[in-house]
Ligand binder design. Sequence first.
Ligand SMILES: O=C(O)CC1=CCC(=O)O1
Length: 267
Amino acid sequence: MTEGDRMIEAGGIPHRVRIDGTSGPWVVFSNSLGCTLEMWDEQVAVLSAGHRVLRYDTRGHGGSGSTSGPYDFELLAGDLLAILDAVGVERCTLVGLSMGGMIAQHAALAQPERFTGLALADTTSHYGREVSDFWAGRAATALSQGLDSIALTTPLRWFTPALVARNPELVRRYQRTLRTTNPEGYAGCCAAIPHIDTTARLPAIDVPVAVIVGEHDPSTTIEHARRLHAAIAGSTLHIIPEAAHLSNVEQPEHFTRILLDLLRGTP
Ligand SMILES: O=C(O)CC1=CCC(=O)O1
């Protein structure tokens, strides 16, 4: 826990929540697998002047509680909506990256009146069947051995080789977070990810949406972003050069500019 964090009961477990900014419209952030609310530090530093910003650790991550899996996106989006209820956030722009983008899609489809805009970054609405074994293997490894071996290789999907060479300390920081993620929570989320299947329901979203993807994202590729963009009439597509999966961390200024543009266009 850092000063400013608070624990909020949602979905039957405590969630670590942090709120920055004192006035303005709400912006809410949902983290990706194996990361924590700290992944948004660079965006929050800018947006909290003029917005109230809420971020939280997803179930099984960081300082939030965990339950045994498997999880699904109804559960994870339900946690987010319960946090919004508990804090009193009636309407907000919702930003999610990767798993957080999958949670954001489910939250927006469940309670569309609540969201004035969405940023769906490095995420997808559907995976092919071929990824099921990959995610089942990750879950099994996490439960049987912990996150050490996953933490060695995963950041090579999160960051480009150039970033790994330029800023090894940042990479080590993300590896530490991943290594200390609760194996039960990580595996629970791995069970949800391959079942994402929102494509057919996305046309119902009728608020401004920024679809964002790192040019070199090997996990949720440009093709996944194009599918999201094609399915949501009010969306714009942003391909961020020199970024892999964690495009907001690798190219924070570019990513934040896209969010500022989105926020300017939302009611
Ligand atoms: O962790 C990864 O390798 C990539 C990823 C896919 C879904 C997610 O949240 O992270």
